[in-house]
Ligand binder design. Sequence first.
Ligand SMILES: [Zn+2]
Length: 303
Amino acid sequence: MLAALGWATSLGAAHAAEPLPTTEIAPGVFVYQAPYQLLAPSNDGAIANVGFIVGKEGVAVVDTGNTRQSGERLLAAVRARTDLPIRYVVNTHMHPDHAMGDVAFKETGAKFVAHAKFARALQARAQAYVDGAKRALGDAYQGKVEDIVLPDVTVADKATLDLGGRTLELEAMKTAHTDNDLTVRDVETDTWFLGDLLFMGHLPSIDGSFEGWVKLMTGLRDRTAARVVPGHGPASAKWPDALAPQQRYFDRLRADVDALVEKGAPLREASEKAGLSEREAWALFDEFNARNAIEAYREAEWR
Ligand SMILES: [Zn+2]
């Protein structure tokens, strides 16, 4: 009877989130591989790769998805693997598909960790992100600007986090995908979470600096890692091979934009033509290429 009551109680919590399916890509490192989709009711906002690392004494979460719901589903995935406390929630940058699920972790006691420029960038966009989610999800979306979580710990250069016998190395990058990109390396398995500094399959989106990103890619390519986790793409990939398609896209964009600037073509033409030969190679090309081309064109005018 008591056992039956116990069941009834847990069934009563039928709203409990369904855990995001995760893969253990290296011992103690779990990643949810997101589909190549924009925010929609069908995906709960779980549209960016997110993951967590389990140490001997605690857990660190890396990114949380676009909504409270995606965050709750990630939290459920952590709880399905371990009862250890969640010590940290690290955001790789302030984009909503990576950071707006943080709200689900507010009650866990975790410290929120991000790049030193994260808070300013997120606050500037907060209302736009909430409005955008409302448009995409309709009345079912209950998010508010007040739900947005700002970091407790910021990283201006490098920092380490201790999970008990397991160290994470954090590195704040110069402006590239955004002005607040932060990478996370699990030293034990040499697994490097690159956030949106690496896109695979899903077209990259430039919200920082085209030139900055090109330059950073060159530096990152020369480093080693046993494996990397892209912000969008497979759960795990080989480094630096994983970077090749993104590098090729940026090279194409630069060559096209330079030719258009050279012949005095207007911005509009660049937005329509630059990078077009890459169209078949990427998901969500039409959603993001024009903006990338415009950014590359603007920066090319200054070269
Ligand atoms: Zn992003």
